[in-house]
Design a protein around this ligand. Structure first.
Ligand code: ARG
Length: 248
């Protein structure tokens, strides 16, 4: 009897140890993985990360009674951070795709995105079709690992695509004539065009997509909790009012 008891005790201890080891986080904290180079969804204002995603995440954390901690990282490392438990969820204007769904779960969607094409004002690229016209050899800039990057590679070939760590790096390369256009989500595209002279967005959009929050496959409890919070925040108008603060 005593032996069995100590065996159970040992097992329980081991379990507790493992549970602790897998995440070094405070149970009262909710860690959000993002890439804060994506206005108006997430970007720096002085030292703090603000934007639509940051505010919706804060509202979700409030509902769950947790302290939100935002971890800024390269966009193409967010999914791994969530899968490995380094972060609890990923929120980064992230598009739901079949491929990503193989590795993580997505919550209900909270916003729509459109892939847009930024060109210099005097560019001879007039529409997306010009990019794939016969003999076209335009260089296309993207943010590494984004849907814009993945689609551009598929549609125009990897050797025509230049991948940058941030959308802003791609836009700087465009301003310096290193590339002919940048494919990126339309809201950041608008922010970049506004912040830099001599650029415009092509009228024809490239693709439409849904943004959602990603959560590790096994973390179904958090997925349900976030979906419940999102539903309430949609219904009471919180999401709309956050969005309209940033998108006029
Ligand atoms: N919507 C695109 C995607 O999911 C781009 C997102 C980029 N987000 C960011 N915070 N940099 O691939």
């Amino acid at each position: 009897m005593k032996k069995i008891f100590s065996l159970i005790l040992a097992a329980a201890l081991l379990f507790a140890l493992c549970a602790c080891g897998s995440t070094q986080q405070d149970a009262g904290e909710l860690h959000m993985a993002t890439n804060a180079q994506f206005p108006p969804y997430e970007y720096y204002e002085n030292e703090s990360i603000v934007g639509i995603d940051a505010e919706i995440a804060q509202a979700i954390a409030d509902k769950l009674g947790k302290k939100l901690v935002i971890d800024d990282m390269d966009f193409d490392t967010i999914i791994t951070a969530v899968q490995s438990g380094k972060a609890d969820f990923g929120m980064a204007g992230m598009t739901v795709t079949e491929d990503r769904l193989k590795n993580i779960n997505f919550t209900d969607t909270y916003a729509k995105g459109v892939q847009a094409v930024i060109v210099p004002e005097d560019s001879d690229i007039k529409s997306v079709d010009d990019l794939s016209a016969e003999g076209a050899d335009y260089r296309i800039g993207t943010q590494k690992g984004t849907t814009g990057d993945i689609y551009a590679e598929g549609d125009f070939g990897a050797d025509r695509v230049d991948k940058f760590t941030t959308g802003n790096d791609a836009v700087q390369a465009l301003l310096n004539d290193k590339i002919s256009c940048v494919i990126i989500d339309n809201e950041p595209a608008k922010a970049y065009v506004e912040a830099n002279e001599g650029l415009k967005i092509l009228e024809t959009a490239y693709t439409e997509e849904d943004y959602a929050i990603c959560v590790a496959k096994e973390n179904t409890q958090l997925l349900d909790d976030i979906n419940k919070a999102l539903k309430e925040l949609k219904e009471d108008g919180t999401i709309d009012s956050i969005v309209s603060k940033y998108i006029k």
